[in-house]
Each structure stands twice: as C-alpha cells, then as structure tokens.
Design a protein around this ligand. Sequence first.
Ligand code: NDP
Ligand code: HEM
Length: 481
Amino acid sequence: MSQCPYHTTTAGAPIADNQNSLTAGPRGPVLMQDWQLLEKLAHQNRERIPERVVHAKGWGAYGTFTVTQDISRYTRARLFSEVGKQTPVITRFSTVAGELGAADAERDVRGFAVKFYTEEGNWDLVGNNTPVFFIRDPLKFPDFIHTQKRHPRTHLRSPTAMWDFWSLSPESLHQVTILMSDRGLPTDIRHMNGYGSHTFSFWNDDGERFWVKFHFKTQQGHQHWTNEEAANIVGQTRESTQEDLFGSIEKGQYPKWTLHVQVMPEADAETTPYNPFDLTKVWPHSDYPLIEVGELTLNRNPDNYFAEIEQLAMSPSNVVPGIGFSPDKVLQARLFSYADAHRYRLGTHYEALPVNQPKCPVHHYHMDGQMNFMGHQSGQSDAYYEPNSFNGAVARPDVAEPPLALSGDADRYDHREGNDDFSQPRALWQLFSDEQKTRLYRNIAAAMAGVPDDIIERQIGLFDQIDPAYGQGVRTALTQA
Ligand code: NDP
Ligand code: HEM
C-alpha cells in the first residue's frame, strides 16, 4: 500500500489530531479554540447547493463521440470534420419532476444531455428521450413545471393539476401519449433514445444554412417497465438507474448510441405543411430521412459525483461555429434560462469549474466576481477591456453565422391557431400494437386517479380527436382502474 498523505488544514498546516476535540478535561466542555472543529461544522453546513429546479435527479458519465459518416457538406463544425474523429464528452441523464432523492424508476421524461468538449469550444446538446415536448410557447413553461412539482398546500404531486393543464393545452397530446406509453418508463438510460428535440441549424464553409434535428438511437435496444414492475423495483431500490449505468461502465459494458441527423434545406421551412420550428412536432422520416453521423460511447464513471455531475452546467446556448439555433420559441427561451440557472445554482464563474471548462483556450473580458481563481482571461494582463492596444483577444469574423432573414409584425400570436395537434399523436398511436395500446390506456387511467370528472372528460375529448378508439380505450380502462 502506498504511504498515505498527511492531513492538513485548508491552509496547508499539518493537523495533529482529527479524532478528539480540544476540551477542558476529558469530559469537556469543548474549547472555542478548537477552530478546526468549528471549521468542520461550518463546511458541512455549506455542503449542499440548490438542486436543479427541474431535472434534479440525474446520472452521468464520460465518453467519446466518434464520427462515422462525413457530414461536412452541411456543417463547418470541426468536431464533424472527418470520419474517425473523436471528441471527448460528458453526459447527464435525468428525470424531470422528482427531487434529488427521487426514486429512479418513475414514469417521467428522461433528460439526455451531452457536453462535447470540441476544439472550438463546448457544444451542449441538452435534449430528452422524447422527440417532442409538452408546450410550444415558452411562456407556459413555469406553469407547466408547477403542475409537475408539489402542490403548495398538500405538498404532494397533484394529478388534478397535471390533467387540468394538459386538458387545457392540446399541444401537449403528442408528448403525453409518449409519456403514458411504454417508452415513458425506460428501465434505465442505456435502453432509450435521445433527441435534441428542437430544430437547430447547421451552416457549411460556403455559408449555406440547413435546419437540423438530432437523434441518438440506442444500440442496446429499447427496454421499459410496466407500472407494476416499476413499483416492485422501487420497493427494492430507489437507485436502479444509477446502479445500472455505474455498474455497466465499471464492468466494461460501455453503452452506445448512434447519432443521426435529419437535415432540411433552409428554404424548405417555408413550404412544409407543418411548422418545422414547432417543438410539439417531429419531421416525418419519409420527408427527412435519418442520416448517420457517428457513435456515442460512455466509458468512464466520474470520480466525484458532486464535482463532476452536480456541478455540471449544460446550456443549449453553448454551440460552436457551424451549429446554430432556429426560430423555435421554446429554444429561444432556453438560450437565456440555463446560464441564468447556473449563476444562481453554481455561481458567477461556473464555466471555469473543471468539469465545465472547455478543453481549448478561453479568452474573454469578464472580470472579478466571487471565486475568480482564473486571473486574466483576455490573453494579456494589460488588456482588460476592448478595444485595446495591448494584444488582447480579438473577434474572429471568419466564424460569423450567415445572416438569417426575419420578418413579421411584433405581436403575441395565438400559437394554437391553425395548428394540428392531432395528426402526429395519431401516427404514433397507430404504431402501437394492441398490447401497447392497452398499457397506454391503463397508464393514463392510473395517472388520473382522484382527478375531477370534468377534467377527465375534457382530456378524453382530446383523445377522441386523435381517434375515438383512443378515447374509448381510456374510458374503459377508467372503469377497471
Ligand atoms: P416512422 O415509422 O418513420 O418512425 C417511427 C418512429 O417512432 C421511429 O423513430 C421509432 O423509433 C419510433 N417509435 C416506434 N415505436 C415507438 C413507441 N412505442 N413509442 C415511441 N416511439 C416509437 O414514422 P414517422 O417519422 O412518420 O413518425 C410517426 C410517429 O412516430 C410520429 O408522429 C412520432 O410520434 C413518432 N416518432 C417520430 C420520430 C421522427 O423523428 N420522425 C422520432 C420518434 C418518434 P425507434 O426507431 O427508436 O424504434
Ligand atoms: C434542465 C429550463 C425546456 C431539457 C433545466 C434547468 C432549467 C431549465 C432552468 C435547470 C438547469 C440547471 O440548474 O442546471 C427550461 C426552460 C424550458 C425547458 C425554461 C422551456 C421554456 C426543456 C426542453 C428540454 C429540456 C424542451 C429537452 C428537449 C433539459 C435537461 C435538463 C434541463 C436535459 C437537465 C440538464 C442537466 O442534466 O444538467 N431546464 N427547460 N428542457 N432541461 Fe430544460
């Protein structure tokens, strides 16, 4: 065994005794002078930081992304520049509604977030295991999340609030159908897909823009639990997903996903029969087929969960040259929300924490603030403002995104008007086997326990518009629940 290091104070002085407090006589009392005891207690009181306001319960690991097909005709992003190229990544998967100590085997959407440490900065693809979302206007996000969290008076989750919100928000039908179907309760994160969900953009060396959607397809196959199986699992362990992910990687069974993209030429967005920037819609594969891009492999567990996963800060605003945003309203709001959350949860300089630090040079003109341990970041110590005459960091016009034409009157447009909320959930429902449909109806009925009849009827009215058999299936399941 190697020799142990000696224990010191945080100021580096050796410590003589870390087992016995300093007392007046063997029975006490403790002396104020035992400042090391006070230090230990004070540090312990500061061990917790706020949990993420959503996606608090999570599981993470490191890995590698390897390019398998050339897509450089669509994007100048260097991570995609040649077949075989590898980029280190860190991933975090999560449930949405549960708190930090929630059980893993719960019916909920799973977060699927990947930070690519590229040579041109960090690219964060902060997606879910579903290709769509509950809302298409970000103004509704805080209200939606309130319905998923605890009721202010009962301090319990409220099925009434959930179905009230959903039944008044028909755009949620697609995601609700996925959530209540088999894929709404994956056994673990290895056996599920990941999706960027939003429409993003690519641009190439010739300045051409394409709209793009990202899909990670599991190579392990899909596996789900029924509600009954999950209840049994939770009775045995609340940490089933962490055990599965951590254990698989420790055993050398590295989970893998194939990354695909769907690519839409910029001008097509004017002619598709659906709004391609609507987060409640997919792009049918028959219109925009999947193009294989590469492989994501997870192969290393973190050494310190808090430092590397709890302090991990993902943000959809982190893109690299060649990858951009789209007019998707929800994406636009997310570009603000995450960095703001990180400053609150982790502190001003969260991006300098080792796990968030880019693996390429970083030069900027932000200054000072709590915990600034980096010193000058502008490249030169006299260049702490811009413009300057002291060789400070300068902008790179060569990485500018091509201009995007925008038009329209500033107004609050009704996002329901002219929107078909039923065809795509119908296409999904039609994919389900009879057994899958039966489980869907039962899961919905179980989730509606205790919900007032008028809310249930309003919701079934929406299912009827997908297909009368869908509504009828739920009605029947409710009588059996
Ligand atoms: P396709 O038949 O080409 O694709 C069907 C898609 O549905 C596949 O991606 C498949 O994923 C996924 N799928 C299969 N079974 C289930 C299930 N039980 N629960 C959830 N997803 C499932 O059809 P379209 O592209 O025309 O889409 C039809 C419907 O499929 C959409 O309305 C949407 O609800 C759903 N879907 C579509 C996606 C898209 O990007 N076009 C992506 C995911 C779902 P897998 O290959 O992993 O089995
Ligand atoms: C986490 C906001 C929609 C995926 C978070 C966090 C916030 C947030 C504040 C916590 C961040 C942190 O403290 O680290 C929002 C807002 C949304 C929205 C305002 C819409 C208006 C979405 C959508 C997706 C998504 C559509 C997926 C497509 C995630 C994931 C995490 C997360 C995966 C966890 C990231 C991690 O593992 O650290 N979101 N979100 N969110 N969100 Fe969203």
